[in-house]
Design a protein around this ligand. Structure first.
Ligand SMILES: Nc1nc2c(c(=O)[nH]1)N[C@H]1C(S)=C(S)[C@@H](COP(=O)(O)O)O[C@H]1N2
Ligand SMILES: [Mo]
Length: 554
């Protein structure tokens, strides 16, 4: 016999399933926001769909909204959109409970619509589809999970009153159970049903609560971080740096006209990025401070305006990562604008006995740079504020980073830098030192073949073998190429910008059909030949000559 309380509770399943739908939508949005933060900033479904709706609202309705709500029109529009999302999510939950799998269909539809809204926006990146798609998958998974638990709860409860509850029936739809035969033993039947129901209720409520809380934390957190990044990006767009006092002249002949060779100046968008930051730090230049402390006569603290006010000069420097394998792409060349680090260190007055500068970034990353490399008049170590004519991109250290010619990035090129502590190698350790990398790491000079490439056959005849070579602070004197272990031949070099930048090289090769080894090595301006012996990237950088197997077709 169904008791009256049971029938009252029975009426609530639609409400619980509506809540499950709303929590699934929250999970969808939270994961999409998180993925947007990590992979594609512009892909927030909340904003993209909002913008889409604003775009498609008919003009008369827009005018009506503006007339009625004034400057709050967008808030009203987005509020209505939010309400529509909540209602649709509730309906999805109810549908999934009563007419499986139509709830999933509603979420998938929302996924398709938001993906379409996102990828069709101007400026959408290649990964723009990822956040809404991940969100859809997680939203669907949460909906299935919650509704199946709810069903278990409902089934046990209703079975306890009216119908059977055999294990196999617990996973079937409640509606179908009305037709099921009653079991022979009512006491056993009630016991099983109550246990199942109790378990179902607890697991449903726990999963709902935990998912709702996690979605709230992840979603709100990601949205805030995303919004901060967007606002710092806006500050960067508005930032007007003073004209540099001096500029870099790129000499004639600095860039060779060879198909497939890397550009002499690496565009910011193509510049390699290496850091430990999970999300790009966002630093407002107006609150940024640089502190010089430690073994100094006087602690120095500078604002961004103080730094830039010292006058900017241009420097061309090729950056190299210690993780760059022979022939690899973790090397790039840019024209930076900045202020010599030695000028600022001298304001603080390093004390005798100091031999290292520990630089720290806003996110706690540290690098150990020999004090010598930052004070030497002949080394252009700078605090850089601009990269290739624009303020540093956020991911390359906005608003201020270090650039030190001749040292691998991990011991010198601290991005989002905020502090320089003058200290000793004996006293302090940087981020990578206890992790298997050397405390001091000058760049091992090297050369790279850009063209031809292994796996891309070339036609027999004259083939341009070309690439890059770098020996920061020293300069490249010669690049040599040999084919199939033949004699070393001198390549033609581009005119270097300076000793801190890479040079391009090219050698015309009369290639005959077949497969051939093409090998390169550099000689630096001191007359040293690039080290032949292969070394791994740890602890202080790779070495060896790059050798490419090239297929030449007849
Ligand atoms: N704050 C911070 N700065 C950092 C790093 C980092 O992890 N965090 N990585 C360094 C390393 S290993 C290299 S090679 C260069 C890379 O600079 P880029 O990403 O602008 O090419 O940044 C250096 N500066
Ligand atoms: Mo690096």
């Amino acid at each position: 016999m169904a008791k009256s309380t049971t029938s009252a509770k029975r009426g609530l399943w639609w409400l619980w399933s509506a809540i499950a739908g709303i929590v699934s939508a929250a999970a969808f949005l939270a994961i999409a926001e998180l993925a947007a933060l990590l992979f594609a900033k512009e892909s927030s479904p909340i904003l993209a769909v909002g913008a889409f709706v604003i775009d498609i609202v008919p003009q008369p309705l827009k005018e009506f909204a503006i007339a009625t709500f004034g400057s709050a029109d967008k808030v009203v529009l987005l509020g209505s959109l939010g309400l529509a999302v909540v209602i649709a999510a509730a309906i999805a939950g109810i549908l999934q409970y009563y007419v499986r799998p139509f709830g999933l269909v509603v979420i998938a539809l929302a996924g398709v619509l938001s993906t379409a809204a996102i990828v069709t926006r101007t400026g959408a990146s290649a990964l723009a589809w990822l956040p809404p798609v991940l969100g859809t998958l997680v939203g669907c998974a949460v909906l299935v999970l919650l509704i199946s638990r709810l069903r278990r709860w409902a089934l046990g409860r209703e079975a306890g009153g009216v119908v059977a509850a055999s294990r196999s029936e617990l996973v079937t739809h409640p509606q179908t159970d009305a037709a099921a035969p009653a079991p022979a033993d009512p006491a056993r039947r009630d016991g099983v049903a109550r246990r199942e129901s109790g378990f179902g209720r607890r697991s449903f409520l726990t999963a709902t609560l935990v998912t709702a809380a996690a979605a709230a934390v992840v979603g709100v957190g990601s949205r805030l971080l995303n919004a901060t990044a967007a606002s710092v990006d806006a500050l960067r767009q508005e930032l007007r740096l003073p004209e540099p006092r001096s500029t870099v002249t790129v000499p004639n002949g600095a860039e060779l006209d060879v198909e497939g060779i890397s550009p002499l100046i690496t565009p910011n968008a193509d510049f390699y990025r290496v850091d430990t930051a999970l999300t790009v730090p966002t630093v407002d230049p107006s609150t940024w401070r640089l502190v010089i402390d430690g073994m100094v006569d006087q602690r120095v603290e500078l604002s961004f305006d103080d730094l830039v006010g010292m006058g900017l000069d241009e420097y061309a420097v090729t950056l190299t990562c210690v993780s760059n394998e022979v022939g690899g792409g973790l090397v790039g060349n840019a024209i930076w604008q900045g202020v010599p680090i030695r000028d600022i260190l001298s304001m603080a007055g390093p004390q005798s006995g100091a031999d290292m500068v520990l630089s720290t970034s806003v996110d706690g990353y540290t690098a150990s740079t020999p004090l010598e490399a930052l004070t030497d008049d002949s080394i252009d170590a700078i605090f850089a504020v601009a990269m290739n004519g624009e303020p540093l991109p956020l991911e390359h250290g906005f608003p201020v980073r270090m650039v030190v010619p001749g040292l691998y990035g991990y011991v010198s090129a601290t991005k989002w830098v905020t502090e320089l502590k003058v200290t000793t190698f004996a006293e302090d350790e940087a981020y990578w030192t206890p992790r298997g990398y050397a405390a001091q790491a000058p760049i091992k000079f090297s050369s790279r073949i850009d063209t031809p490439r292994a796996g891309t056959p070339v036609a027999a005849g004259t083939v341009a073998v070309a690439g890059m070579a770098w020996a920061q602070t020293v300069g490249i004197e010669r690049v040599e190429v040999r084919i199939d272990d033949g004699d070393w031949q001198s390549a033609t070099l581009s005119t270097p910008i300076n000793a801190d930048t890479w040079v391009q090289w090219v050698l015309e090769w009369q290639a005959e059909a077949g497969t051939h080894y093409v090998e390169v090595r550099a000689v630096n301006a001191n007359g040293d030949t690039q080290v032949e012996e292969r070394a791994a990237i740890a602890p202080d950088g790779s070495s060896g000559w790059q050798r490419v197997l090239v297929t030449v077709t007849a």
